[in-house]
Design a protein around this ligand. Structure first.
Ligand code: OMP
Length: 277
């Protein structure tokens, strides 16, 4: 890939609007869609999501665990989902929340971010609990291959705050992640390849995001209770480079392709009042 992830994301959002739809095939959703909890049911679910959404929304975010639960057959479905969603024009953010050290982190990076890997996506989620620097193999490889990473900073779950808002060296752990990401993005145009995850449910972030120069994935819309109004509460009146993400709130409108697509487009349109840019 020749263009950087920052450039590709900026283009996708300007053409398709700021929305990421999570593809989370919960067993309960498969059941609600009249599908069996098997690899065949998973495949139908995934391909329905591609048909309904991949030609419309900027980013699709499959959650790897729901595919891994079916073993190698489930991982094969994930590979197909990634390929077909990308072919339909969506960027694919693979939600794996990986974080490890040294050569092991390098192996994860190869799996998700190397050209030619069967599971290579446009970006992945990473967990920095072993230290932001331990993520370097993925951050470096993503930069070389025109891909991106989204590093957890302030997550949408209530348990996150105790660790992420803790102070270390005069700033919160989350602010340290922001600062590390900002350093990696310095000088990139139009946007660096290191994004962050800040949940739309977190209330006041107490973060200085002004120097980040990267995208912010904001999960928590819908099923976890965040609303469009929360965007300005969390990110200020005119949030920059924020990509709201929602899974169950949209997926519950399937399996009808038209209804599923319409739900995503409604959410995308409702986000217009948040003045994302
Ligand atoms: O990295 C993520 O995607 C993520 C980070 C976070 O802070 N909170 C969070 O909910 N997520 C993911 O976003 C999705 C949320 O799904 P819904 O609650 O159904 O919209 C799940 O796949 C979560 O794993």
């Amino acid at each position: 890939m020749s263009a950087s992830f920052g450039a590709r994301l900026t283009t996708a959002v300007s053409l398709r609007g700021p929305l990421c739809v999570g593809v989370d095939p919960h067993p309960a959703l498969l059941d609600a869609w009249g599908l069996p909890a098997t690899a065949a049911g998973l495949e139908r679910f995934a391909l329905t999501c591609v048909e309904a959404l991949a030609g419309e929304v900027a980013v699709l975010k499959p959650q790897s665990a729901f595919f891994e639960a079916y073993g190698s057959a489930g991982v094969a479905v994930l590979e197909r989902l990634i390929a077909e969603a990308r072919a339909a024009g969506a960027l694919v953010l693979l939600d794996v929340k990986r974080g490890d050290i040294g050569s092991t982190m390098a192996a994860y990076a190869e799996a998700y971010l190397a050209d030619g890997s069967p599971l290579a996506a446009d970006a992945v989620t990473l967990s920095p609990f072993l230290g932001f620097g331990s993520l370097a193999p993925a951050v470096d490889l993503a930069e070389r291959t025109g891909r991106g990473v989204f590093v957890l900073a302030l997550t949408s779950n209530p348990e996150g705050a105790a660790v992420q808002r803790a102070e270390a060296g005069g700033r919160s752990v989350a602010q340290a992640m922001v600062d590390e990401a900002a350093a990696r993005n310095a000088g990139a145009s139009p946007l660096g390849h290191v994004g962050l995850v800040v949940g739309a449910t977190v209330g006041s972030t107490d973060l200085d995001l002004s120097g980040l120069h990267g995208a912010i994935l904001a999960p928590g819309f819908g099923a976890q209770g965040a609303t469009v109004a929360d965007l300005s509460r969390v990110f200020g009146p005119s949030p920059r480079h924020v990509l709201p993400s929602s899974s169950r709130e949209i997926l519950r409108h399937g399996p009808d392709v038209t209804a599923l697509r319409a739900a995503a487009l409604r959410m995308r349109d409702s986000l217009a009042v948040a003045h994302l840019h």
